[in-house]
Design a binder for this molecule. Sequence first.
Ligand code: PMP
Length: 360
Amino acid sequence: MRVFNFAAGPAALPLEVLEQAREELTDWRGSGTSVMEVSHRSKAFVAVAEEAESLMRSLLAVPKSYKVLFLQGGATGQFAAIPMNLSAPGAVADYLNTGTWSKKAIGEAKRLQLKVNIAGDETASRYCRVPDEGSLKLTAGAAYVHYTPNETIGGVEFPYVPQTGTVPLVADMSSTILSRPIDVGQFGLIYAGAQKNIGPSGLCVVIIREDLLGKARPGTPSVWDYQAMAAEGSMLNTPPTFGWYVCGLVLKWVQAQGGLEAMAARNRAKAELLYRAIDDSGFYRNPVAKPCRSWMNVPFTLARPELDSTFLTEARAAGLVSLEGHRSVGGMRASIYNAMPLAGVQALVAFMQDFQRRHG
Ligand code: PMP
């Protein structure tokens, strides 16, 4: 039985994708092997890799002046790769601190001897909003500005794209990529761990403007050097082939759904339904300022926290799983990425209302 899986990542994948992967698992397109068992340099796999890249480019309307890389090491690897590629030791970079993940990115930047200027800080709001656009204290001539458009744990999202002039804007889009159209041209570098909206974990997509290539610090390991990776089509070494293949299936699925405009309409409707149910309940509560509420990750608490474990047990019995909040914050969190159908959110809302009637 398939359940409605509200996990924050690794997250649910579309059923159609899993079924196709299962269908092809032991005899991939007449090869007599699985896709995991062929050389990454074989014609057949290179075609898979190229198709995934071209789908990513067309869905996101990536301009020609950008490279799309398929890397490893997760988004956490990029926390370090970004400073190594875009800055010299001792340079200044601006970071917006809006939650757990931006904080981790800041930590890695400091390890790499960047002078980190915190250009906006939401520690005081307990990460329940993002800084006002006009309040950002950006550094003229900074190596780059880094921010996290969607904080997966806090469920906080930027309702605007920071304007940084000639300073490259770097965005951790792990939890927002492919959820709606974006204007890639506003960014110097976009990165995203795959395990939410792209595919299985183990793959990390980087979209980088070409003029930012070739500036890696001396001594940067070649697997972390964007230019070296770009020159080899992300196959400087053996890539995560199965993840790349599943990514291609997911991208085809997104395209068949109507592309990112259609995903956006669906995601907005799902989020609105769930937030309305929370706000109208008088029992559930979401702490995030309304303009900054995430479409993808919806944390909420119960009026009586002693009911948390009953809520989770009953939800699981009703086929609604992985609703526990991140271990650092507790409460509940419903992650409603692209693969979560409206029916899943409707089922969750109906369950929440019923639970409140019985226990509220
Ligand atoms: N950034 C964000 C916004 C995330 O949600 C996560 C993982 N949940 C990470 C970074 C870290 O990703 P990874 O585990 O792939 O390194």
